[in-house]
Design a protein around this ligand. Structure first.
Ligand SMILES: CSC[C@@H](O)[C@@H](O)C(=O)COP(=O)(O)O
Length: 355
């Protein structure tokens, strides 16, 4: 079983087809931006950090093979292709933030007369290639800060019981994961008694992908269906909830996989602290609140069918938003690679250049 969602070696990019997991481990080659857009849009690769990394690496693969007449031409192509990649899925912000940073870099390199055409290309490619290592380092730091925060909720050497939703692990990132990274760290510290993961209907990221990662790593885990969360909190003494993010607004409101909001409401009712684990690349300071987040709506078929098998009555109308927004008031803390912050602290961090 492979847990590497993204393989990038010798300028060849392959992604593990997450539509086929857990039944089959099959890699598909991404030959350029067109392929990158398709694998993201079809959710063969998914999870906010992995979307950004695969999108940018698909551009790297294409740029390496291309010959440009001028730095201006290269800059224009970069900008057009990055904007196209941003359109592949609308809610996760990581691809948009990466695109803005890379377009800025291309502008700077193209204006700098001391930089040749070849140097511009190699500096640009190196910046993209460095994203893989940075994401893993960020996830390790998130794991460390998150574990410390959750352990602060129990006394002495007590073990903790954690609930997570969707998939935020090695399959959603360059490796290790964000919320699942926190769970991995707790397990490495031998302080995790048990993790519960939701099925995460309709795409079943929890049942198919998180369960696959937990079994692979031999982490003590139990799968529940999404409607069991309240019963779980009543009967199983959950220490904390930790989930990922697709976009965190400036006030801390957070878009994440559909179903996250109801878990946060239930957690509040039971006095269970609810945490978001996300790198700063998921924070969108350009929007004041979650009301401004565009929520992707996916095809009805994801709800009406499991694989090829229809489970819903023919003719029924469906509503299939892929994400919801959890208000900042329900979030105990945002676990980042730089530490754990209360939602209302975000604005101050960015004002002080904290990103
Ligand atoms: C580290 S992944 C964070 C989020 O992207 C994750 O929680 C999530 O909602 C994934 O949604 P998906 O639709 O599978 O891309």
């Amino acid at each position: 079983m492979s847990l590497r969602a993204i393989k990038y070696e010798n300028n060849s990019l392959e992604i593990l087809d997450q539509l086929l997991l857990p039944a089959q481990s099959k890699y598909i080659q991404v030959k350029g931006v067109e392929d990158g857009w398709k694998v993201i849009n079809k959710m063969q690769v998914r999870g906010a950090p992995a979307i950004a990394i695969v999108g940018c690496l698909s551009l790297a693969v294409e740029l390496k093979a291309e010959k440009f007449d001028s730095k201006k031409q290269m800059r224009q192509e970069i900008e057009g292709k990055l904007n196209y990649l941003v359109s592949s899925r609308p809610t996760a912000v990581n691809m948009k933030i990466a695109a803005e940073e890379l377009i800025d870099l291309a502008n700077q390199l193209s204006k700098d007369e001391a930089v040749t055409l070849d140097e511009m290309k190699s500096k640009f490619l190196k910046t993209i290639e460095d994203m893989l290592a940075k994401d893993i380092a960020d996830n390790r730091a998130i794991g460390k800060y998150g574990a410390k925060e959750i352990l602060s909720r129990v006394s002495g050497d007590s073990l903790v019981r954690v609930l997570t939703h969707c998939n935020t692990g090695s399959l959603a990132t360059a490796n290790y994961g964000t919320a699942l990274g926190v769970i991995r760290t707790l397990h490495e510290m031998k302080r995790l008694e048990h993790v519960y993961c939701t099925e995460t209907r309709p795409y079943n990221q929890g049942a198919r992908l998180t369960a696959y990662e937990l079994v692979h790593d031999k982490i003590p885990a139990t799968l529940i269906v999404d409607s069991m969360v309240a019963a779980l909190m009543k009967h199983r003494n959950i220490t904390a909830v930790v989930v990922g993010a697709d976009r965190v607004a400036a006030n801390g409101d957070t878009a994440n996989k559909i179903g996250t909001y109801q878990i946060a409401v239930i957690a509040k009712h039971h006095g269970v602290p609810f945490y978001i684990a996300a790198p700063f690349t998921s924070v969108d300071m350009s929007i004041p609140s979650g009301d401004h987040i565009i929520i992707e709506e996916r095809p009805d078929r994801e709800m009406t069918h499991v694989g090829e098998h229809r489970i819903a009555a023919k003719g029924i109308a469906c509503w299939n938003p892929a994400f919801d927004v959890t208000p900042a008031s329900l979030i105990a803390g945002i676990i980042t690679e730089k530490g754990v912050y209360r939602p209302e602290q975000l604005k101050g961090l960015f004002a002080g250049g904290g990103s």
